[in-house]
Design a protein around this ligand. Structure first.
Ligand code: CUA
Length: 160
């Protein structure tokens, strides 16, 4: 059986594009370590049941200075709020958000940054961002989590 010339060219082109995409993706994930966050760290979210204070470190949510212009934000998400809901850091700060959900699946997005991830109950999600411009950033929930989903926001204030 003879294949049409153009069909052959397209077939080779298609396989070529697939091969290049897999090589580029593989290089980014394995050589550069740019894969999606997949820290399989878990946390016992049942400790919040019956008014419990929750598992450490999430029993003390807040903004903590951990180094030279390095901050950690211990954050809990629940329908329909972030805790803390106002985060103030100096310009140039490297901020690591350590998050978990107290109830259902939530997510975070901060426009104009790389902050964009899901936050699941029972799992710890960690994501780091350096804020190089003094500004106010709005963090929104990006997973539909109920009637108040659209009101679930937090502010990040980056000061000079
Ligand atoms: Cu939380 Cu939508």
């Amino acid at each position: 059986m003879k294949m049409h010339k153009l069909e052959e060219i397209w077939l080779i082109f298609g396989i070529g594009v697939l091969a290049v995409a897999l090589i580029v993706t593989g290089y980014q994930v394995y050589a550069l370590g740019m894969g999606p966050p997949s820290h399989k760290e878990t946390v016992d979210h049942t400790l919040w049941e019956d008014g419990g204070e929750g598992p450490a470190p999430f029993n003390e949510p807040g903004v903590y200075e951990v180094g030279d212009n390095e901050y950690e934000v211990i954050m809990t998400l629940e329908a329909f709020s972030f805790n803390p809901s106002e985060i103030t850091v100096p310009v140039g700060a490297e901020v690591t958000f350590i998050m978990t959900s107290k109830d259902v699946v939530h997510g975070i997005t901060v426009p104009h940054t790389n902050l964009n991830t899901m936050v699941l109950p029972g799992h710890i999600q960690t994501i780091t961002q350096t804020f190089n411009e003094a500004d106010e950033y709005l963090m929104v929930c990006n997973e539909y989590c109920g009637v108040g989903h659209h009101m679930m926001t937090a502010n990040i204030i980056v000061e000079e």
